[in-house]
Write a protein that binds this ligand. Sequence first.
Ligand SMILES: Nc1nc2c(ncn2[C@@H]2O[C@H](COP(=O)(O)OP(=O)(O)OP(=O)(O)O)[C@@H](O)[C@H]2O)c(=O)[nH]1
Ligand SMILES: [Mg+2]
Ligand SMILES: [Zn+2]
Length: 349
Amino acid sequence: MTAELNSLFIEKYPDGFKLGRVALEHKHSYRIWLEDREYLCTLAGKLAFEAVGREDLPAVGDWVAVQTSPGELKGVIKGILPRKSKFSRKAAGHVTEEQIVAANVDTVFIVNSLNDDLNLRRIERYLLLAWESGSNPVIILSKADLATDLDAKIDQVAAVAIGVPVIAVSVLEGMGLQELQPYLAPGKTVTLIGSSGVGKSSLVNYFTGYEKQLVQEIRETDDKGKHTTTHREMVLLPGGAILIDTPGMREIQLWTSEEGIKESFSDIEEYAEGCKFRDCSHLNEPGCAVRSAISEGLLSENRLVSYKKLQKELAYIDRKLDKKAQAEEKKHWKNISKEVRHHSKHKQK
Ligand SMILES: Nc1nc2c(ncn2[C@@H]2O[C@H](COP(=O)(O)OP(=O)(O)OP(=O)(O)O)[C@@H](O)[C@H]2O)c(=O)[nH]1
Ligand SMILES: [Mg+2]
Ligand SMILES: [Zn+2]
């Protein structure tokens, strides 16, 4: 915890409260790391009641103010401290709701396995989420022992991950893992994300030095993982860094991001500066610098398609969120006017 966080905590919360960190989330309780012990904590009624969305509830990695019961490893979460960063995606299903995968993360390890066909479009999605999170992405190409054309694959990934380190590793052969050490300095938090079976938990086990997390073979039929890890969890490394292991993501649903798209697609954004028209759609306008980059082989057409698709998706989410905010506002006023009517009725009597 930083000095800044500590003084914020002291300022905001009265004596008797303790500062802890959410390590794991159960259905109705949380495991909190607090003073070198693990506490089982519930949520204060007020906090639960006042929460408008899921983002108002504790997530793994959150710093929280806890009131502990004397003599027991139990407590009540009274408040969440401001998040320095949060890796979010849209919750699965039809609701337009933010789901925080991990909070207060310094680095996101985006893990992709080299035994799969590289899916550059998926990597772009992960990167978009990572840039938006406020933490730094690092792309890990796992299972390098199984790779053919390793250098070509690294180049392909580097082309869609501008300014992002791309590191090939193999837990099996102990390759490339030293390159991850700089991100695992004491007190740093790193979360691992990626599809099921890419080897996230295997990496966690490598760095803890024992079989902390369950690891399972992938299916032989289609090389897909079996969704072995079922919940997000903080793991403390011997060196003092913290890893957050997460379940394999089936779909990477975007969450709002203006900045993220600018960062992730800085190549296209840069070419677009040279377009003749400011609102150029890079279709067939004259003087389009993006199209000429494509025809010169400097940019791939697929990347432009992906950029447009992601932009559309984000605009759609933004519109939905707008509607949701309006609906909430409406409900709020409805409740107030109901109350007012109720009061005036009583007065008339
Ligand atoms: N060949 C090879 N296999 C690996 C390597 N790392 C992990 N594996 C294997 O990949 C399989 C899946 O690994 P996990 O660590 O369970 O994958 P995961 O990403 O945690 O999967 P979920 O928990 O389902 O999201 C296991 O059989 C591992 O032994 C590696 O470097 N090389
Ligand atoms: Mg796992
Ligand atoms: Zn253009």
